[in-house]
Ligand binder design. Sequence first.
Ligand SMILES: *[C@@H]1O[C@H](CO)[C@@H](O)[C@H](O)[C@H]1NC(C)=O
Ligand SMILES: *[C@@H]1O[C@H](CO)[C@@H](O)[C@H](O)[C@H]1NC(C)=O
Length: 160
Amino acid sequence: GVAKAVYDLRMETFNKIEGDTETLVEFNIRLIGRQRLLNGTIVSHVDFDDTFEFGGHVEAFINGEWKPTAITGRVKFCTFMIMIYERYFESSFKDSDMPKGREACPFKKGEYYVRNVEMHAWEWATFAVRGLNRFELIVLKNNISYGGFVGTGFLIDRTS
Ligand SMILES: *[C@@H]1O[C@H](CO)[C@@H](O)[C@H](O)[C@H]1NC(C)=O
Ligand SMILES: *[C@@H]1O[C@H](CO)[C@@H](O)[C@H](O)[C@H]1NC(C)=O
């Protein structure tokens, strides 16, 4: 079989995006230390259920321009938490009280911490483009944005 490619994502920037009219989810995250680990809190001001959806896309910086990648789409909130967050991201959130798996839906109103998160981009090989990427994720309902984040980072082959 083919060895599974493993990438790390070295974060460069991380900024929260305010909602169109109100912000119901806040990603209060800073990048800390030389390794630029994600650190801070995620605050949800309401319970998020499947009346909300996630919209997101990734762009890759190629030949001096941001180009769309195959990673784009919209999914219902719970589908995202169970099919995407749990599969691709949860393993990176080692020191966090974020709800896991099915407990993440509905995603209860509250403040959750994430401490020193290093993104291990397990299993992204089929979709990912090495190098500088920009990713944006927002929470929507009826096409209105209620908050999200935009980040940039280098996707690099794992060395250790
Ligand atoms: C990292 O995040 C935790 C949890 O929110 C916080 O207590 C701590 O002060 C943060 N550390 C830094 C250096 O910002
Ligand atoms: C949301 O926007 C998409 C595309 O911009 C459109 O196809 C869809 O009908 C809109 N949905 C609602 C609920 O307005």
